[in-house]
Design a binder for this molecule. Structure first.
Ligand code: PEP
Ligand code: MN
Length: 449
């Protein structure tokens, strides 16, 4: 159960339901004070922006656009410098350019960013060398460091999450509307990268084609404003319901509730219980909602999510983020898609090819094979192709930095390289080169359907 923020008393129906994966805060009083303070803070995003994203997602549901959603597994308070945010954004913009141009489809860009600080865990404790401590639940809850002090949940971190999200979002808004994301910068996003990597060189060739097309259009006398800025949205897992509740406000235009901590929120694989607080919370807010669907999802569950979360069948409202594993997606996904389609509901189908493909390398590093990631997306496309439905997008964990966390890719990373630059606070991410490789391959799949 979660605390009552008293922000909209009587409407917080989710607060009396069991909420999975909530931290055990040692001092409830301190938590209440923090929540009350958060409830007085300004919104990070506007309800109108959430509605605009929902309209874009409706295009995805209709098969007229493709979703690119990506970013860290877990953002970290000490990894939100300007360079890191710019590199992440640059990677997403490059992937977006590849997908838009090579697959000739409008791309809706959504970051796992500016709020992705909370992690569900499969075990409540972690043991190292005979010492057992509470598990790390994300920078919004406790510290990554393996010490008893660091692992105590501290509600002050919730305020830090808000402020760090605010400054990240501010920089993201500046980058995406202040000239940096101008399509004429398509080469600049690649500058520090081109010589060193095969995917950088492949991107450079595509950027030259885009340049020629832009020059041609300019010569014809057209210079659309759409080329100068990029529409970019923020998303995260709605995990800590006390935080999300404090940031949930009534929209003055419509009287509806919106969670103004991010544009799109998703419910994770471990918190999607139909009788739990997370689904109830998501059913009450107007934001576009994602639900992760693992290999155990039944068609009945999928249909219940539609009834609970999208009773009015609003296009773009509900996204199913499928994370089955490369070896299961071809088996498990067809029935879900068939039954949902037969019900007449229109959801967005997105492939998360990361979370069903994690394994531990002999070195102890949690990793993923690029080939498995690719194979899961391939399976996802095959299923939709077979059923005549739309493979709506990809949801990936990536970073703009040259980390060595996933194995494989064109600029190959080997298992023995993993220790070199393994920096993630949680799951292994694709690095910039692997992300671009994936974008090129997904563009080919999209064109080939
Ligand atoms: C995640 O997206 O980082 C995550 C924990 O995913 P899932 O809920 O699908 O396991
Ligand atoms: Mn993850």
């Amino acid at each position: 159960m979660t605390v009552n923020a008293e922000t909209h008393a009587g409407t917080n129906t989710w607060q009396s339901l069991p909420a999975a994966q909530q931290p055990e805060w040692p001092d409830p009083e301190a938590l209440r004070d923090v929540i009350a303070e958060l409830a007085s803070y300004p919104p990070l995003v506007f309800a109108g922006e959430c509605d605009q994203l929902r309209a874009r997602m409706a295009d995805v549901a209709e098969g007229k656009a493709f979703l690119l959603q990506g970013g860290d597994c877990a953002e970290a308070f000490d990894a939100v410098g300007a360079d890191q945010i710019r590199n992440k954004l640059k990677t997403l913009l490059q992937m977006g350019a590849v997908l838009t141009y090579a697959a000739s489809v409008p791309v809706v860009k959504v970051g796992r960013i500016a709020g992705q600080y909370s992690k569900p865990r499969s075990k409540p404790t972690e043991t190292r060398d005979g010492v057992t401590l509470p598990t790390y639940r994300g920078d919004s809850v406790n510290g990554f460091e393996f010490t008893a002090e660091a692992r105590v949940p501290d509600p002050q971190r919730l305020k830090r999450m808000y402020h760090t999200s605010a400054s990240t979002l501010n920089l993201v808004r500046a980058f995406t509307t202040g000239g940096y994301a101008d399509l004429r910068q398509v080469h600049a996003w690649n500058q520090d990268f081109v010589k060193s990597s095969p995917s950088g060189q492949r991107y450079e060739a595509l950027a030259r084609e885009i340049d020629r097309a832009l020059t041609f259009m300019a010569a014809c006398g057209t210079d659309p404003a759409e080329f100068r800025t990029v529409e970019f949205y923020a998303s995260h897992e709605a995990l800590l319901l006390d935080y999300e509740t404090a940031l949930t406000r009534t929209d003055s235009r419509t009287g509806k509730l919106y969670d103004v901590s991010g544009h799109m929120l998703w419910i994770g694989e471990r918190t999607r219980q139909l009788d739990g607080a997370h689904i109830e919370f998501a059913s009450r807010i107007g934001n576009p909602i994602g639900v992760k669907l693992g290999p155990g999802t039944t068609p009945e569950e999928a249909l219940s999510y539609i009834d609970r979360l999208d009773p009015d069948r609003v296009p773009g409202r509900l996204t199913f983020v499928v994370r089955m594993g490369a070896d299961k997606v071809r088996d498990k996904l067809p029935t879900l898609v068939e039954k949902v389609t037969a019900s007449g509901a229109k959801v967005v189908w997105v492939s998360d090819p990361m979370h069903g493909n994690t394994f531990e390398a002999a070195s102890g590093h949690k990793t993923r094979r690029f080939d498995d990631v690719l194979d899961e997306v391939k399976g996802f496309f095959e299923v939709h192709h077979g059923l005549g439905t739309h493979p709506g997008g990809i949801h990936v964990e990536l970073t703009g930095d040259d980390v060595t966390e996933c194995v494989g890719g064109g600029d190959e990373i080997f298992v023995d390289d993993l220790h070199q630059r393994y920096e993630t606070a949680c799951d292994p991410r694709l690095n910039r080169s692997q992300s671009l490789d994936l974008a090129f391959l997904v563009a080919e799949m999209y064109r080939g359907q």
